[in-house]
Design a protein around this ligand. Structure first.
Ligand code: C5P
Length: 237
């Protein structure tokens, strides 16, 4: 398998085409960003850790029968994924209040949210990823009603799996962001990445953040925190 041309350079990953038209090459970069890219820092080792955590969780979801884009790991920072057309929506699920939800509603930090809250954000750097509701997403042609329902159902299933997986290693899954796409035959798949860049994790014993909030809030070095999450996940496999 050879990579050919760069398709897209994001804030933390670079996507390449390969000599197989159905397969993409994903390189996880040593970069952390916050405030939609306004805060940007090089962090050695971060790409490898995010690739490792993402591979581990995608492999588990694949084994559980979830449809995902993940194929296999190539090296420390690289994984191969099935090529899909991305749905331009970020699907956020919240089990506890934090981040933009806490700021918006001025509620107590980590207030339990029952039922889990689902939110969509429209993927647009130019617009700063604005909140978008179901009707707006349908009316603007970003997804049809069936796709919205599929995203909701799959997000709930992923939440159930990850919540229990992290609870078993003493970590609360506060919230996370998923992205979805469709393969050329129309199959709906979970795509993008599954790492502490895209989820909030809180250590039940200490109350400490084990995710990108450490970087967002300048709480110290990020890689030891991500390494501890990876270690706990690996030791409990
Ligand atoms: O900032 P907010 O509270 O809306 O983020 C909710 C969840 O979505 C967090 O876990 C955050 O890391 C994730 N997120 C993301 N990419 C974005 C925005 C939020 O992964 N562009």
């Amino acid at each position: 398998m050879e990579k050919t041309t760069v398709l897209y350079t994001g804030k933390a990953k670079q996507m390449w085409a390969t000599d197989d038209p159905d397969i993409l090459w994903v390189e996880y970069m040593d970069q952390a960003t916050a405030l939609n890219g306004k805060k940007k820092v090089q962090i050695d080792g971060k790409g490898t850790l995010n690739r490792q955590i993402s591979s581990l969780l995608f492999e588990e979801l694949n084994a559980q029968g979830f449809p995902t884009h993940y194929l296999k790991t190539l090296d420390d920072t690289t994984m191969l994924v099935k090529k899909c057309t991305m749905i331009p929506l970020e699907a956020v699920v919240r089990n506890f209040a934090s981040g933009s939800f806490e700021r918006k509603f001025k509620v107590e930090h980590l207030k339990p949210l029952v039922p889990a809250v689902h939110e969509f954000f429209y993927k647009s750097d130019a617009l700063d990823d604005p909140f978008i509701n179901n009707e707006q997403a349908i009316a603007l042609g970003f997804a049809d009603k069936e796709t919205i329902d599929e995203i909701h159902a799959m997000s709930d299933r992923v939440n159930a799996y990850l919540k229990e997986r992290f609870a078993n290693i003493g970590i609360d899954l506060v919230d996370f962001k998923l992205e979805f796409g469709r393969l050329s035959d129309g199959t709906f798949v979970l795509a993008d990445e599954l790492s502490p860049d895209n989820m909030r994790l809180v250590d039940e014993a200490t109350g400490n953040s084990l995710d990108k909030d450490v970087f967002r809030k300048d709480q110290g070095p990020l890689t030891p925190v991500y390494a501890s999450v990876l270690k706990r996940l690996k030791e409990s496999k």
